[in-house]
Ligand binder design. Structure first.
Ligand SMILES: Nc1ncnc2c1ncn2[C@@H]1O[C@H](COP(=O)(O)OP(=O)(O)OP(=O)(O)O)[C@@H](O)[C@H]1O
Ligand SMILES: [Mg+2]
Length: 568
């Protein structure tokens, strides 16, 4: 139950109350009309005319009420379900925003997407649709049993026994299809993420001639899905004919016994008709109850998954911290005895680095040496295990996360271009920027040359980042940063895909930008960072050399060797 407490919303109590009321009302009306029909048949068989009209009027009134009660029930059910889906999606989305990258990385690719679609739908179908079936089912059984017992005890017991047989049969079928349902859902999710990977990595697949192998893989996954899919469909389709068979049989048995009782003058013809209608009404909930339970089970499994995701502990302090940085256009940065590991194996140990306010430092080192990791830690994408990181002498742990991120502007190795126009993409960090400011940022980053060649210029809609070259994406990212003017600037391989001539021009523009901020520049092309105030060379997460370009060249160490390999 605790899973569902999580999904409670302000409106839910009123809605649930209305759903309960209309479910009970429908059950009462459903039970009442067979009595009136029985009464009518008795009058007709005896050719009695008195009060016939009032019987018909009552029938009409009941059917009209039943009609509106069902419509209102469906209205409240569907709006409750839709609102619950919307709120749950909001909660999941909000959680995605609040969770750290390391938390998100623990989930498989398609898992979170499935929560948005499959799991939410399961909860909606299972719980919401089942509420009314269970409530009206229980009330129908209680009311109908009461009235049937009043008409004929023996016939009531016969009907209860037949209904229990029917319940047994559908329970047997449902328990067999249940496993298939969850297996099929699992296979479907797996196939979805495989297809997604196949589409996004199509070029790599084709280049490595992996298509044939991937076709085989897909074929295997698809045929397994087919096997479970059709088995599940077939077994669940057995429920209907089997229960209908018993239901028809019940009809015949009740009719036969009814006629016997009628002939013995124990029952009237009207009583038998009422009973026959009840046979249908009474057996339906027994029929439905098993499928409702399996739907509820699926819903609980989905709710557990979402609940698990929504209750992952987040560092509340991280979001609610009120500490903000003083308004400045540059800050100092300090890493003090920082320890960090992605896994159990320690990666960064006792890392110390001081970047004075307004200075630019370069981090260089071999692939995998930990350059991007240091940037990740400064952004609090990952939490450090020991030591502290200070901006303007304030521990970033005490800073409001939004304030922290606002201070830092980054062009990363894999910065994303989002669906939207070029203009929107440049204005990503400052949505209210004027067109002049956007044009200026594009000019400073030399992105304007390629943008002006696009069919709709700044209004060109980017539906897929592959529409742009990697260098063009980097130019757009630099334009984004030029517009934001962050006090701390981080460039991680920001110009690696841009031709040397343009890179040179951008460097000059960036120099202007970095002159007014504290900056960390990571680059494999060492020509880019020659003029930085300080260069640190790292290996396995630790600084092995530190100094200006000239100092490090004279030292003839690791930096010198790397530089030599590029220029000499
Ligand atoms: N999310 C992660 N989970 C586990 N290990 C990671 C993760 N990200 C990076 N690593 C590992 O940490 C090490 C440092 O990675 P990092 O991205 O900091 O290297 P880098 O110096 O930026 O390399 P490059 O020059 O290729 O960009 C690598 O060995 C990498 O495999
Ligand atoms: Mg990197």
């Amino acid at each position: 139950m605790k899973y569902f407490k999580y999904f409670k919303f302000k409106f839910s109590k009123l809605y649930i109350l209305l759903i309960v009321i209309f479910s009970i009302l429908s059950a009462i009306l459903n039970i009442t009309y067979p009595i009136i029909i029985g009464n009518l048949i008795d009058k007709l068989s005896l050719l009695e005319n008195n009060n016939l009209i009032s019987n018909f009027i009552w029938l009409g009134v009941i059917f009209i009420f039943l009609f509106f009660s069902n419509i209102l029930l469906n209205y409240y059910l569907t709006s409750f379900a839709s609102k619950m889906c919307r709120n749950t999606r909001d909660l999941i989305f909000d959680k995605i925003n609040k969770l750290s990258i390391s938390n998100i990385e623990k989930f498989e690719n398609g898992e979170i997407i499935n929560m948005f679609s499959l799991d939410i739908e399961n909860i909606s179908n299972g719980i919401i649709q089942s509420i009314s079936k269970i409530i009206s089912g229980i009330f129908t059984i209680i009311f109908a049993t009461y009235i049937m017992l009043k008409i004929n005890v023996n016939l009531t017991f016969v009907l209860i026994i037949l209904s229990l047989i029917m319940f047994g049969i559908s329970k047997f079928i449902v328990s067999h299809t249940n496993n298939m349902f969850s297996k099929r859902a699992e296979l479907l999710a797996n196939l979805n993420s495989y297809t997604e990977e196949l589409i996004s990595g199509k070029k790599t697949f084709e280049n490595f001639n992996y298509m044939e192998k991937s076709n085989k893989n897909f074929e295997k996954k698809n045929s397994e899905l087919y096997k479970y899919g059709y088995k599940m469909q077939f077994y669940s389709s057995l429920t209907n004919p089997s229960t209908r068979f018993i239901s028809n049989l019940s009809y015949v048995i009740i009719a036969m016994l009814g006629i016997i009782y009628c002939k013995a003058s124990i029952m009237t013809l009207g009583n038998v008709s009422t009973f026959l209608i009840y046979t249908n009404l009474f057996t339906r909930p027994f029929n439905e109850i098993t499928s409702v339970f399996s739907e509820i089970q699926t819903a609980i499994a989905s709710a557990k998954r979402i609940y698990h995701f929504l209750t992952i502990k987040i560092d509340i302090k991280k979001i609610n911290n009120t500490t903000k940085l003083p308004e400045k256009d540059k800050y100092s940065i300090e890493f003090k005895n920082v320890d960090f590991s992605y896994t159990n194996k320690s990666f960064i140990q006792n890392f110390n680095l001081y970047i004075p306010s307004g200075k630019s430092i370069a981090i260089v080192g071999k692939t995998g040496s930990g350059k991007t990791t240091i940037i990740n830690l400064l952004n609090r994408f990952y939490e450090i295990n020991g030591g502290e990181i200070l901006i303007d002498n304030i521990n970033i742990k005490n800073l409001n996360i939004n304030a922290l991120r606002k201070t830092i502007g980054m062009v990363l190795q894999d910065t994303k271009i989002f669906q939207g126009t070029i203009k929107d993409n440049i204005a990503y960090g400052r949505p209210n920027a004027s067109m002049d400011e956007i044009l200026n940022a594009a000019k400073l980053s030399f992105a304007n040359t390629f943008i002006e060649k696009l069919p709709d210029g700044y209004n060109t809609y980017i539906s897929n980042p592959d529409m742009l070259s990697e260098g063009e994406v980097q130019l757009l990212n630099i334009a984004r940063i030029m517009l934001v003017h962050p006090p701390i600037l981080i460039l991680d391989e920001a110009t690696s895909n841009i031709d040397l001539l343009t890179e040179d021009k951008i460097k000059k523009a960036l120099l202007k930008l970095t002159a007014s901020s504290t900056s960390i520049i990571i680059a494999h092309r060492l020509s880019t960072i020659k003029n930085c105030d300080l260069i640190v060379f790292i290996e396995n997460g630790n600084i092995v050399e530190k100094g200006t370009h000239e100092e490090l060249i004279n030292k003839k160490g690791a930096y010198y060797n790397m530089y030599k390999s590029q220029f000499i």
